[in-house]
Ligand binder design. Structure first.
Ligand SMILES: [Zn+2]
Ligand SMILES: [Zn+2]
Length: 334
């Protein structure tokens, strides 16, 4: 089978690796689609993603597909089932797993490297999806489950004003979740005019640049700020524009070697709360429920559908990634 590797030194390669039968409770999935995540781009650039990166590694973790075979101990899946994966495995036994927080599992690792024709996750990382949900949309299960965890953390109250920084794939999902949570006003800060249009299309009340938001925050209280970029300048501004008693969620993945600055006195006089959100502990099923309901639009977010081979060029140029979500077409099944 073919698999797309980051081999180190800003190089990507599609390699032929042996296919195998599933063992224990593994589910062998013929991957249909896999989303390209910002963390894959981070890994390709030699930075860490959610965990440390030692190349060569197969990229991708946002995949969907059809069950091709099951291991002898697999109970809940059969050949032909339509599925999505949670790529983050927790042992179920450590002190963090026992508290329902497998994102902090002492042995956590990735189990569905989706830039690959087949993946073999254990069945606890596999989720059924209905016939009505197309497999390309189902590949949004992981990013949406991460966004849902962020939403759980800040727990938005209905009738609030929410500001979202950055309309990449995560920001585009966040707008929709924030709207569903009952925000009365959604302000999007985005420098690209094309993406500002998309933000309005997805339900934002206002889409502006990082200068205009400085005026707005003087006139009205921004109750929540969700930063989905991870650049120091936008994270610092997100903290600055937040209103009194605001909650700021720094969702975008920052550079592991850099530090942001903010004025403690200013934060103090606002009683600011600053949060982060790490992975997707037990939120995959809710992500699937939302995707199946049709309440989340994924098609508008997709900027390109590329083959495994085309990803080498994309990772170097980020041509389509700058515009939206890039989907890697494996089997391309729907
Ligand atoms: Zn991801
Ligand atoms: Zn654990």
């Amino acid at each position: 089978m073919r698999a797309g590797y980051y081999v180190g030194n800003f190089e990507y390669e599609v390699k032929q690796i042996p296919e195998r039968n599933p063992v224990d409770d593994e589910v062998k999935i013929k991957v249909a689609w896999c989303g390209l995540c910002g963390t894959d781009i981070h890994k390709f650039q030699g930075k860490n993603g959610a965990s440390k990166v030692i190349p060569p590694i197969i990229l991708g973790h946002e995949c969907s597909g059809i069950v091709e075979a099951v291991g002898p101990d697999c109970k809940y899946f059969k050949v032909g089932d339509r599925v999505a994966c949670d790529p983050s495995w927790g042992c179920g036994k450590c002190i963090w797993c026992q508290q329902g927080l497998p994102n902090f599992c002492l042995e956590r690792h990735g189990v569905a490297k989706g830039f690959s024709e087949y993946v073999y996750p254990p069945e606890k990382n596999v989720y059924h999806i209905s016939k009505s949900l197309d497999l390309e949309t189902a590949a949004f299960t992981e990013p949406l489950s991460c966004a849902i965890h962020g939403m759980d953390i800040i727990n938005i109250q209905s009738g609030s004003t929410v500001c979202i920084y950055g309309i990449g794939a995560i920001g585009s999902l966040m707008i929709q979740l924030v709207k569903l949570a009952g925000a009365s006003k959604i302000i999007v800060v985005e420098k690209e005019s094309e993406k500002r249009k998309l933000a309005l299309d997805l339900g934002a009340s206002l889409a502006i640049d990082d200068q205009q938001v400085l005026d707005i925050c003087k006139k009205e209280n921004i109750d929540y700020v969700i930063e989905c970029i991870g650049l120091n300048v936008t994270m610092e501004q997100a903290i600055h524009i937040a209103g009194k008693r605001a909650k700021v969620l720094l969702f975008g993945l920052g550079d592991p070697d850099s530090t942001i600055r903010f004025n403690q006195f200013e934060a103090y006089t606002k009683e600011l709360s600053i949060y982060t959100s790490y992975l997707n502990p037990l939120t995959s099923q809710r992500a699937i429920n939302l995707l199946e309901s049709g309440l989340i639009n994924t098609k508008k977010i997709i900027s390109a559908r590329l083959s495994l081979e085309e990803m080498g060029n994309e990772l170097k140029t980020l041509k389509y990634s700058k515009k939206g979500k890039v989907m890697v077409c494996l089997s391309g099944d729907h």
